[in-house]
Design a protein around this ligand. Structure first.
Ligand code: 7PM
Length: 273
């Protein structure tokens, strides 16, 4: 299966590693933007060296519990980084749910949109339909500010599956080819530990929708709950989760620890029938 993603066609017969690049100013607000730019570009280049297949660049608007960032702030953060990296050997994904940020990022050289809102924002479908960008459609329940307060499902896998099927239909109806689409159950986005584990156990069911599956479990709080480890100490748990995801059919894993994940997938590949 090939994933059409802007200038690229990714061969997903081997699972791919998407490395996370956050463009977030630190507390030294004076010159913070420049420091954030330098740090993000340096981090991106390191992830490429470590073997990342895709870079996911985000201005931190979609984190659970996070305050929304304005469109202008998000543009100011991510555009210089995309412009600086444009022309690298792997696809650049823009992590945003804002249509104007999608449009500007794709114009600046991004090849893919990673949208935790699954193109439900007003105008988002139209913006990406006019391009050749790849798109990740993710499920969440509720808004990032409150979604972890009281997640509720009758049957989480069925409901997430139905939602993603509907968003795939909306995207293809807007003229986006199936080859450009990838789906993601959205671990941690309005899900309890029990919900997350049910989704991981049943991850294979999502591959039946006919498009590749992306899984993002890296450093997430469910891994903290299971292991009792703080966020900076969850690499082993994250790698286990990435390997399980791939064994259950994921074609792309979204991770912080690219080097270690690439090694683990090499071992998996060596014994894969
Ligand atoms: C705090 C909690 C900070 C969670 C950051 C996060 C996903 C994503 C994120 C995912 C896709 C993180 C998350 N998670 N996009 N964006 N899938 N497609 O770990 O699972 O970066 S934000």
């Amino acid at each position: 299966m090939f994933f059409h993603c802007g200038k690229f066609k990714l061969d997903l017969s081997q699972p791919k590693v998407m490395g996370i690049v956050n463009v977030t100013p630190d507390s030294f607000s004076d010159g913070g933007r420049h420091l954030a730019f330098e740090a993000a570009v340096e981090h991106a280049r390191r992830l490429i060296e470590e073997g990342a297949d895709i870079l996911d660049i985000g201005g931190e608007s979609t984190r659970p519990g996070a305050d929304p960032v304005s469109e202008q702030q998000e543009l100011d953060r991510v555009l210089p980084v995309i412009e600086e990296l444009a022309g690298i050997s792997i696809p650049i994904s823009i992590d945003t749910y804002k249509p104007e940020v999608m449009r500007a990022a794709l114009a600046a050289g991004a090849d893919m949109v990673n949208d935790v809102n699954a193109l439900q924002s007003e105008g988002a479908l139209d913006v990406v339909a006019k391009t050749t960008a790849g798109i990740c459609l993710m499920h969440k329940q509720g808004a990032p500010q409150n979604m972890q307060q009281q997640p509720h499902y009758q049957q989480v896998s069925v409901e997430v599956n139905t939602f993603l099927r509907e968003r795939l239909a909306a995207a293809t109806a807007a003229g986006i080819a199936l080859e450009r689409l990838i789906i993601d159950p959205g671990f941690g986005f309005g899900k309890s530990l029990e919900h997350n584990l049910a989704l991981l156990k049943n991850l294979h069911a999502f591959t039946l929708l006919g498009v590749p599956v992306l899984a993002g479990l890296s450093r997430k709080s469910m891994l903290g709950t299971i292991t009792g480890r703080e966020v900076g100490d969850r690499m082993a748990a994250s790698i286990a989760a990435a390997l399980i995801s791939v064994q259950r059919g994921a074609s792309v894993v979204r991770v912080h620890d690219v080097r270690a994940t690439v090694d683990v997938l090499k071992v998996w590949r060596a014994i894969k029938e």
